[in-house]
Design a protein around this ligand. Structure first.
Ligand SMILES: NC(=O)C1=CN([C@@H]2O[C@H](COP(=O)(O)OP(=O)(O)OC[C@H]3O[C@@H](n4cnc5c(N)ncnc54)[C@H](OP(=O)(O)O)[C@@H]3O)[C@@H](O)[C@H]2O)C=CC1
Ligand SMILES: O=C(CO)COP(=O)(O)O
Length: 347
C-alpha cells in the first residue's frame, strides 16, 4: 500500500504540520519540515520535541526541520502546506518563487481549514492562483476529523484526500495511509474545503454552550442545526450536499464540537466562561481558525441571503461585543419553524 521513499517538504511546524510530517517519516518518506523559527528547528532536530505545539511528545529521530525553504523544496515530489489560512497566500508566493528556478513540479497538498478574509477564497484556490500549474502538478486537500494530539499517539483516524484530479488524490491516499491513519478520496474539493472551514464556527458555539453550563441536549441541537446552516451555505456555492454528511462534514463537526483538543471548542468554552476574546487568543498561542471564518461566512451569508442564525449569533459575540447569553436567548426565541423546512440544506 505504501509508496516508499518520496521526498516531501512540510511547510508549517505547528501541531498538525509536525505530526503529519512525523506520519510521513513513519511511512518511510524523506521529510523536511520547514519553520521560520530557528529555535524551533533546533528543538525538533536536537531534542525531537515541539513542546509549544505538542506537549511531552517525542518525534522520530529521522524527522528533520529546517528554516531554509529553498533547501526544503529541492527535488521534492510533494509539498504539504499546514500553516494557518491567513498565511497561505504569502507562503504560496515564496514557494512559487523557489519552484520557478527548479524543474520538479511537485504535487501540492494542504491541510489548512479556513477561508481567506475579503476574497472568501478557499485554500486550494489561493494556492492555484499563486502557483501556476507549470510549477506544480495537482492540488489536494487533506481534511476530516483529526486532532494532532491523537494522530501523534497512533489513535485510529479516518480522513479525506479531496481533489478534482483523482490520480492526485489517490497518490495522497497512498502517501499517508497506514494502520492508524486511513484515507478516503473525494472528488468534491469545494465541498470538503467548505465543510472543513465552516465546522469551526459551530465548534466555537459548542464550546460556548459548555462554558455557559448547558448540557448534552443543547450540544446535540447546536450540532444538528449548525450542520443544516453550514450545508446550506456550502450548497449555495456548489458543494454536493452529501459531502456534508461525510468525514469532512459531519465527521469533522462532531470531533471539533466535542473534543477538548479542539482550539475552536476551547476558545468558545473560555468565551462562554466569561473570558475576553483578546485574552482567549493570546493565551491559546495557536491558531483559532473559526474566528476569521465566522467573519467570512457571516459576510457571505449576507451577500447570498442565506439564513445562518447560529453563525450570526457567534459573529455578534466575536465582532459586535454582544453578550453570549443574550445571543443564545435570541436563538431560542426566534419565530417557530417547521423542521422540514428548517432542515432543508438547499433553500
Ligand atoms: N491541530 C490539528 O489537530 C489540526 C489542524 N488543522 C489545520 O491545520 C492548520 C494549521 O493548524 P495547526 O498546525 O494546528 O496550527 P498551529 O497554530 O499549531 O501552528 C501553525 C504553525 O504555522 C506557523 N505560522 C503562522 N503564520 C506563519 C507564517 N506567516 N509563515 C510561516 N509560518 C507561520 C506558526 O508559527 P507561530 O506559532 O510562530 O505563529 C505555527 O508554527 C489550520 O488551518 C488548522 O485548522 C487541521 C486538522 C487538524
Ligand atoms: O480540524 C481539527 C480537527 O479535525 C482541529 O480543530 P481545532 O483547530 O479546533 O483544534
Amino acid at each position: 500500500m505504501l509508496i516508499m521513499g518520496k521526498n516531501v517538504a512540510v511547510l508549517g511546524a505547528g501541531s498538525w504540520g509536525s505530526v503529519l510530517a512525523n506520519v510521513l517519516v513513519e511511512n518511510g518518506h524523506q521529510v523536511e519540515l520547514w519553520t521560520y523559527k530557528t529555535p524551533q528547528a533546533d528543538e525538533i532536530n536536537s531534542q525531537h520535541t515541539n513542546n509549544k505545539y505538542i506537549k511531552d511528545y517525542y518525534f522520530s529521530e529521522k524527522l528533520h526541520a529546517t528554516t531554509d525553504m529553498d533547501a526544503a523544496l529541492d527535488g521534492v515530489d510533494v509539498v504539504l502546506f499546514v500553516v494557518p489560512t491567513k498565511a497561505i497566500r504569502e507562503i504560496s508566493v515564496q514557494v512559487c518563487d523557489i519552484l520557478r528556478d527548479k524543474n520538479n513540479a511537485p504535487l501540492i497538498v494542504h491541510a489548512s481549514k479556513g477561508l481567506e478574509l475579503k476574497t472568501y477564497k478557499r485554500v486550494s484556490q489561493i494556492i492555484d492562483e499563486e502557483i501556476p500549474s507549470g510549477y506544480r502538478s495537482g492540488i489536494v486537500a487533506l481534511s476530516g476529523p483529526s486532532h494532532a494530539e491523537e494522530v501523534a499517539h497512533h489513535d485510529l483516524t479516518l480522513i479525506t484526500a479531496a481533489s478534482e484530479d483523482l490520480d492526485a488524490a489517490k497518490e495522497v491516499q497512498k502517501l499517508f495511509m497506514n494502520n492508524y491513519l486511513r484515507i478516503y478520496t473525494n472528488p468534491d474539493l469545494l465541498g470538503v474545503e467548505l465543510g472543513a472551514a465552516f465546522k469551526n464556527i459551530i465548534a466555537l458555539g459548542a464550546g460556548a454552550l459548555h462554558g455557559l453550563g448547558f448540557g448534552d441536549d443543547a450540544k446535540a441541537a447546536l450540532m444538528t442545526r449548525g450542520l443544516a446552516e453550514i450545508s446550506r451555505l456550502g450548497v449555495a456555492f456548489g458543494a454536493d450536499p452529501l459531502t456534508f454528511i461525510g468525514l469532512s462534514g459531519v465527521g469533522d463537526l462532531v470531533v471539533t464540537c466535542t473534543s477538548v483538543h479542539s482550539r475552536n471548542w476551547r476558545a468558545g468554552d473560555q468565551l462562554g466562561s466569561g473570558k475576553k476574546l483578546p485574552d482567549v487568543i493570546a493565551d491559546m498561542g495557536m491558531v483559532i481558525e473559526g474566528i476569521n471564518t465566522t467573519q467570512a461566512a457571516y459576510e457571505l451569508s449576507q451577500e447570498k441571503q442565506i439564513d445562518m442564525p447560529i453563525t450570526e449569533a457567534i459573529y455578534n459575540v466575536l465582532y459586535r461585543g454582544a453578550d453570549i447569553k443574550e445571543e443564545v436567548g435570541g436563538l431560542m426565541t426566534r419565530e417557530g419553524k417547521s423542521e422540514e423546512i428548517a432542515q432543508n440544506m438547499v433553500d
